[in-house]
Design a protein around this ligand. Structure first.
Ligand code: GSH
Length: 292
C-alpha cells in the first residue's frame, strides 16, 4: 500500500536522532527545553493563609481560583488562600521553589500548609479533587453522580491539550502559520464543542443536576479559552453551540466565578484583573466589584 505522505510536497525530513533547535522564537520558543527540573534557585513567598496557590490565571489556573472562591462563598473559611503570580511567560515556573511543589513546572500548584507536614498538590484536576474532598463540597458522594463528575473531569483533563497545546498554540502562539496544524486542531476542538453542546442539551450541568468540580474544570476552557486567551471564538463559531452557551452564561453569572476568573491575571488595562489575591477585599480594587 502506498504511503499517503508520498503524495505530499516534501517538508521536514526528521533526522535519525532529534536535537533541539533554538531558532524558532515565538511566545514559548526560548522557554521550551527537552529537560525538566529547576533552572534557577528561588524560594516561593508564603502568605498568612492555610492555602498557598502559585499560579497564573490561564484556563488551568482559573479552575482553582474559581473553586477556592466557590468554597469561600459556601462558607468554608478554611479555604482562605493567598494566590501568588507565577508568570509563565517569564519562566518563573522553573524556579527551585516551584519545582519542589510541581516537578512538571506547570501552573497551577498548591501548598496546603494546614497539614503537618504541608501537602504539595499539582495538576489542576488533582487540586480540584483534593479541595473537594478536604471540604466535602462540589463532588457528589452518591456513586452515580460522583462517577459522572469524574467522567467529565477526566474528559476535560484529557481534551485540554488539544485546545491549548494544539489549537491555542498553532492559532495564537506559533511563530509560523501552519494550515495543516490549525485545521487539524480546529476540527478536534469543534468536535469537543459539539460533544458538550449535545450533552448540555439535556443536562443542566455536566454531572447532571448538580454544579460540580467538573463544571469548574471545563468552564474556563470550553468555550472560555476561545473567548479569552486564544481569541478564536469567531473562527470556531463558538456562539452557535447554543446549549453550551446557555451553560457558559449560567456559570459566568455566579459571583464566585466572576471573582475566581480574574485572579493572577496580567493585563494592559488597569482595573481589569488582579495580579495577586491575598484577601477577599482585594477584589474591591477592581471597578467591576467595587460597584456591586
Ligand atoms: N495538566 C496540567 C497542565 C498545566 C499547564 O499546562 N499549565 C500551563 C499554563 S495553562 C503552564 O504552566 N505552562 C508553562 C510551560 O509550559 O512552561 C494541569 O491541568 O494542571
Amino acid at each position: 500500500m502506498s504511503d499517503p505522505k508520498d503524495n505530499l510536497p516534501a517538508g521536514y525530513v526528521p533526522p535519525k536522532v532529534w536535537a533541539p533547535k533554538h531558532a524558532y522564537g515565538g511566545a514559548f520558543g526560548a522557554m521550551n527545553q527537552p529537560t525538566s527540573g529547576a533552572r534557577f534557585e528561588k524560594d516561593l513567598p508564603v502568605g498568612q493563609h492555610p492555602l498557598q496557590l502559585y499560579s497564573q490565571g490561564t484556563p488551568n489556573g482559573q479552575k482553582v481560583t474559581i473553586m477556592l472562591e466557590e468554597l469561600l462563598a459556601a462558607g468554608h473559611a478554611g479555604a482562605e488562600y493567598d494566590a501568588w503570580l507565577v508568570n509563565i511567560f517569564e519562566g518563573e515556573q522553573f524556579g527551585s521553589g516551584f519545582t519542589q511543589i510541581n516537578p512538571n513546572s506547570k501552573i497551577p500548584a498548591l501548598m496546603d500548609r494546614s497539614t503537618d507536614p504541608a501537602m504539595p498538590v499539582f495538576e489542576s484536576g488533582s487540586i480540584l479533587v483534593y479541595l473537594a474532598e478536604k471540604f466535602g463540597a462540589f463532588l457528589p458522594t452518591e456513586p452515580r453522580a460522583r462517577t459522572r463528575t469524574f467522567n467529565w473531569l477526566m474528559w476535560q483533563m484529557g481534551t485540554a491539550p488539544f485546545v491549548g497545546g494544539g489549537l491555542g498554540h498553532f492559532y495564537r502562539y506559533a511563530p509560523l502559520r501552519i494550515e495543516y496544524a490549525i485545521d487539524r486542531y480546529a476540527m478536534e476542538v469543534k468536535r469537543q464543542l459539539h460533544v458538550l453542546d449535545t450533552h448540555l442539551a439535556s443536562n443542566e450541568y455536566l454531572a447532571g443536576d448538580q454544579y460540580t468540580i467538573a463544571d469548574m474544570a471545563v468552564w474556563p476552557w470550553q468555550p472560555g479559552s476561545l473567548y479569552g486567551v486564544y481569541d478564536a471564538h469567531q473562527f470556531l463559531a463558538a456562539q452557535d453551540y447554543r446549549h453550551l452557551m446557555r451553560w457558559y452564561e449560567q456559570i459566568a453569572a455566579r459571583p464566585a466565578v466572576a471573582r475566581g476568573r480574574v485572579v493572577n491575571r496580567l493585563s494592559d488595562t488597569p482595573g481589569q484583573f488582579l495580579r495577586e489575591r491575598h484577601d477577599a477585599s482585594d477584589f474591591l480594587q477592581l471597578p467591576a466589584f467595587a460597584q456591586r
